[in-house]
Design a protein around this ligand. Structure first.
Ligand SMILES: Nc1nc2c(ncn2[C@@H]2O[C@H](COP(=O)(O)OP(=O)(O)O)[C@@H](O)[C@H]2O)c(=O)[nH]1
Ligand SMILES: [Mg+2]
Length: 195
């Protein structure tokens, strides 16, 4: 995959209708602070088009990044923000559910999990949600640079087991710092795009 031009084309608020796209979409989901914006920036080869912040849980929007006029990266709002009110959490759930059910051009959902930690209940819920919407989530194990190489396989196994994911489920360790794993993610996207 070659990045030629990227543009933040649309920011959907919680109550706005889901954007009707004609180009294929690739969605990114994960807990706040897991490294979603950093991953999207790395994939777009831009430093800061997708916001990265130390203040998790701020954005409750679905952001559509147009890539080469060929496809969209869809940044779903992060979950599991400790101080989020029940109301915010409920709105988030409705929005994500609406998205997963309504998008007719959604090709794949990437679910981001911090490679250092066992997935939590929210992660498990999100995983099940994606599966029940008819997709096989592709797991990105983020912040790869924060662990020792010798720990990678153990952590990947822990993530697989905790999520109840099958052997076929693709888990890609990734670092936004070193960009390790980025080509594997491009390959996955390319694989879907030509179908
Ligand atoms: N060391 C390291 N830090 C990361 C990585 N990805 C994200 N971060 C840091 O984790 C924090 C949250 O990242 P961000 O992309 O904003 O997460 P988001 O809330 O999921 O969008 C920021 O301080 C990032 O710099 C990574 O691969 N390695
Ligand atoms: Mg973010």
């Amino acid at each position: 995959m070659k990045i030629k031009n990227v543009e933040l084309e649309c920011v959907c608020g919680v109550t706005s209708p889901i954007k009707e796209c004609t180009l294929p979409e690739f969605a990114f989901a994960g807990k706040s602070n897991v490294g979603k914006s950093s991953l999207i920036n790395a994939l777009m080869q831009r430093k800061s088009l997708a916001r990265t912040s130390a203040q998790p849980g701020k954005t409750q929007t679905i952001n559509y990044y147009n890539i080469n006029d060929e496809l969209y990266f869809v940044d779903l709002p992060g979950y599991g923000y400790a101080r989020a009110s029940k109301e915010v959490t409920a709105k988030w759930g409705k929005m994500v559910e609406r998205y997963l059910h309504q998008s007719s051009v959604l090709k794949a959902v990437f679910l981001l999990i911090d490679i250092r930690h066992e997935p939590g209940n929210n992660d498990k819920m999100m995983y099940d949600w994606v599966v029940s919407s008819g997709y096989s989530p592709i797991i990105i194990a983020t912040k790869l640079d924060k662990i020792n190489r010798s720990q990678i396989q153990k952590q990947v196994k822990l993530i697989r087991t905790s999520l109840g994911a099958s052997k076929e489920t693709v888990i890609i360790p990734f670092s936004a710092t070193s960009k390790d794993g980025r080509d594997d993610i491009y390959d996955v996207i390319d694989g879907f795009s030509c179908n």
